[in-house]
Ligand binder design. Structure first.
Ligand code: SF4
Ligand code: SF4
Length: 431
């Protein structure tokens, strides 16, 4: 009987059995150890989720600006993998790749593999903190330390008019005037039939520079029938610390926030980025209490839209409002329709969309100070897109974005006002 030429040796059916000696499939090199420093770093399980398909690239603002693979999500994840596989150090080049990222999470939103990019970049940034020159390291520590201490922060804000003249021109241009409004009362009683009790997290930046948004939120909630508690001993939630490589400080601040709001059924947050950060503290702390707390946190915009409000009897006159979606509201909290639904309650208010509205405005926490060139390019593009709508009001639910878009519009000579959506509602109710 003649041998069938198509019949194959049984061993050839084993994947890789015919590889020449020394050849191997792509993957970790045996014998090499990870080169992470002590402390947080991206986990192997998270790194393994990226299949390097590149679908996220066109959505990444830094890739779109530079065209560089190293400024793309895939490139950054590849750099993290090299360190995890022991083929590179978390060095100055690695730091440059990670620093340029806005942590806007546009990549995460479109990723078919559900890569948890947000927590990967936060952990990768912990690794690069020790690399920074000492003065920069201490400056960052000082800035984030002041934010975490309410009394020091209040003092710094009071000294702002004096300190302003010593600040670099760019920072001076960006920095808003401090809020003149008085502190929120510890309790606001509901109007009409009570619907329940909520606690308001007022935030650090939001409450010192944009307190009017907190006041408006409290008034709109009370008008809607909610009793509003404003705990006195609240501090920064730690979102900025987490985004900028200080995860231990972020954990301590999250613990403190959980303690402050223990017993509150609903914790409402006016700053979109803080709401998004607190919705993820379950992962950050890994305790059952943190997971339960995260369930009780809600962006005030979503809470109001979900629970419904009586429309204001009169509007602000014919007014065109452009809605800005903060990256973390859009990608983490998945909030898009809610601010539009709330603003549509105001009579005579015309809502308009900002062209390429889902692209980051370049504020990104401290990014505006740390990466001025890229931040300015994104700020300019956003301000031009807003101006093109002809809107006289911009609805923005995140203090960083409000600061950035206001500065961008001022630079264009536009006098469009940037307000939190609840401020626009509150103004309409006040008529
Ligand atoms: S992050 Fe997601 S979309 Fe981007 S390359 Fe990796 S798997 Fe693809
Ligand atoms: S978080 Fe934003 S800037 Fe960073 S890689 Fe993803 S899309 Fe690009």
């Amino acid at each position: 009987m003649t041998e069938d030429p198509t019949a194959r040796d049984a061993s050839a059916a084993i994947l890789g059995a015919e590889l020449p000696e020394g050849a191997r499939f792509v993957g970790p090199i045996p014998g090499l150890a990870p080169r992470w420093r002590e402390g947080d770093h991206p986990t192997d399980a998270d790194l393994a989720t990226c299949v390097a398909c590149g679908l996220c690239l066109p959505h990444c603002p830094t890739y779109r600006l530079t065209g560089e693979e190293s400024a793309s999500p895939r490139g950054r994840i590849a750099a993290m993998r090299l360190v995890a596989e022991g083929r590179a150090d978390p060095d100055a080049t690695f730091a440059r790749f990670m620093d340029l990222c806005l942590a806007c999470r546009a990549c995460e939103d479109v990723c078919p593999s559900h890569v948890p990019y947000g927590r990967m970049i936060e952990a990768a940034r912990v690794q690069i903190e020790p690399l920074r020159p000492a003065p920069e390291r201490w400056l960052r520590r000082l800035g984030l330390g002041v934010l975490a201490r309410p009394r020091l922060l209040s003092l710094a804000v009071r000294l702002q008019p004096l300190a302003r003249q010593f600040l670099p021109a760019r920072t001076r241009r960006l920095l808003p005037r401090r809020s003149r409004e008085r502190r929120l009362p510890p309790v606001l009683e509901p109007r009409g039939e009570p619907r329940g009790t909520v606690a308001l997290l007022t935030g650090c930046v939001q409450d010192r520079w944009y307190r009017s948004a907190n006041l408006a939120a409290a008034r709109v909630l009370a008008r809607g029938g909610w009793r509003v508690l404003v705990p006195r001993d609240q501090a920064c939630c730690g979102a900025l610390h987490a985004h900028h490589g200080h995860l231990d400080a972020a954990r301590a601040l999250a613990e403190r926030t959980i303690t402050t709001f223990r017993g509150a059924d609903a914790v409402l947050v006016t700053s979109a980025a803080c709401a998004a950060h607190l919705s993820e503290v379950g992962h950050l702390l890994g305790t059952p209490e943190a997971h339960a707390f995260a369930e009780r946190v809600e962006d005030v915009v979503r809470f109001l839209a979900r629970n419904g409000l009586e429309p204001p009897p009169a509007g602000l006159g014919p007014v065109r409002v452009a809605v800005h979606d903060a990256c973390h509201a859009l990608r983490v909290s998945k909030i898009r329709e809610e601010p539009r639904a709330l603003l549509a309650l105001v009579p005579d208010l015309e809502l308009v969309e900002i062209p390429s509205g889902d692209v980051c405005c370049g504020a990104a926490g401290l990014y505006t100070v740390l990466q001025p060139e890229t931040s300015d390019a994104l700020m300019r593009a956003k301000a031009e897109a807003v101006a093109a709508t002809g809107a006289t009001l911009v609805a923005s639910a995140n203090p960083g974005c409000t600061l950035q878009i206001s500065a961008g519009l001022r630079a264009l000579g536009s006098d469009a006002e940037v307000l939190h959506p609840v401020e626009i509602l509150d103004r309409a109710y006040g008529r």
